[in-house]
Ligand binder design. Structure first.
Ligand SMILES: *[C@@H]1O[C@H](CO)[C@@H](O)[C@H](O)[C@H]1NC(C)=O
Length: 314
């Protein structure tokens, strides 16, 4: 009886950016465009790599997986946000809220691991070209891909079942853009200390450690690049490296700010902006960062484009 009384909340209310009621229409437009651009950009990458046999090597197959993950994260978060922008008070059922939490953790965890695997792949190819076929063979590649997805699955399952087992007795307003763990945790009416210790440990293992390994591998890559004799080759490799590093830092840095200490002291508005950065901005920018600067991808795109024109003329 007591327990039922405690868990009296049957639905949550997502506030989104309700502090700015006059901006809802503009926000709707901006996020709709971001959503479409993310879907189109990542879909192009998935198709290009799928149809072009020459791109069936680990570097691009990782990228293809990353695009699937990026598309999925946006699909889990943005449509719900659009609903929030277009209605006065958006209630979201208990089940939908935790389903959203599950998928954000699932795809986010997978992304953390995939980005790490991609950095390792580049490190092996650039710093150890002779032993690359051994460091990144078919079996290593498959293990890394499977491990990434399994990690996301485990993270989502453990964390969502734990958080959903807390009693929620009201208030039920989530002052955030989605049902992410820290925002929902604030509404739990029991002691969450043990969970916070778990969250800290988990974040160190899943976000901080891969991030440090990536920084380390890029440092080694940069040192290797400095030894390239031609200036143009060096400049190109350097700018590619710098753009990857920027996107990776943006993603892990902001994810750390959110998940390292779930009950941190940032204001709700700051938390929303931080969350936008890793959950929406990174998926939007990744296709540009990883393929626009890449000649192989451009060549594959042109090839597909020409084939399309050929089909039209015959
Ligand atoms: C990830 O890459 C592997 C290997 O290429 C592929 O078999 C798998 O279908 C990809 N997964 C997704 C979800 O794209």
């Amino acid at each position: 009886m007591k327990r039922q009384n405690q868990s009296s909340v049957v639905e949550f209310i997502l506030l989104g950016f309700s502090n700015f009621p006059e901006l809802q229409a503009q926000l709707f437009g901006v996020f709709l465009i971001i959503y479409l651009a993310t879907l189109i950009g990542n879909a192009i990458i998935i198709v290009l790599i799928y149809v072009d046999q020459r791109l069936h090597i680990p570097m691009y197959l990782f990228l293809q997986n990353l695009s699937v993950v990026d598309m999925s994260i946006s699909a889990v978060i943005i449509p719900e946000m659009l609903v929030v922008f277009s209605t006065e008070k958006t209630s979201i059922s208990f089940v939908s809220c935790f389903a959203q939490m599950y998928f954000v953790l699932f795809f986010g965890g997978t992304e953390c691991c995939l980005l790490g695997a991609m950095a390792y792949d580049r490190f092996a190819a650039i710093c150890h070209p002779l032993s690359y076929p051994m460091m990144m063979n078919k079996s290593v590649f498959m293990k890394l891909v499977i491990f990434s997805w399994a990690l996301g699955f485990t993270l989502g399952t453990v964390q969502t079942s734990w958080v959903s087992s807390f009693p929620f007795c009201g208030p039920n307003e989530i002052n955030h853009i989605s049902c992410e763990t820290p925002a929902v945790l604030e509404l739990a009416c029991s002691d969450t200390y043990l969970f916070e210790i778990y969250a800290f440990t988990g974040t160190v293992l899943i976000i901080l450690v891969p991030f440090l390994l990536i920084l380390l591998s890029y440092t080694r890559i940069l040192l290797a690049i400095l030894k390239i004799p031609s200036t143009t080759g060096r400049q190109k490799a350097f700018s590619t490296c710098a753009s990857h590093l920027t996107s990776v830092t943006l993603f892990y840095g902001t994810a750390n700010m959110t998940y390292l200490q779930p009950k941190n002291g940032y204001s709700p508005e700051t938390k929303k902006l931080i969350s936008l950065s890793y959950s929406l901005l990174t998926p939007l920018l990744n296709p540009l960062i990883y393929s626009l600067r890449n000649n192989e991808m451009k060549r594959a795109f042109m090839k597909l484009w020409r084939r399309r024109i050929d089909l039209q003329t015959y």
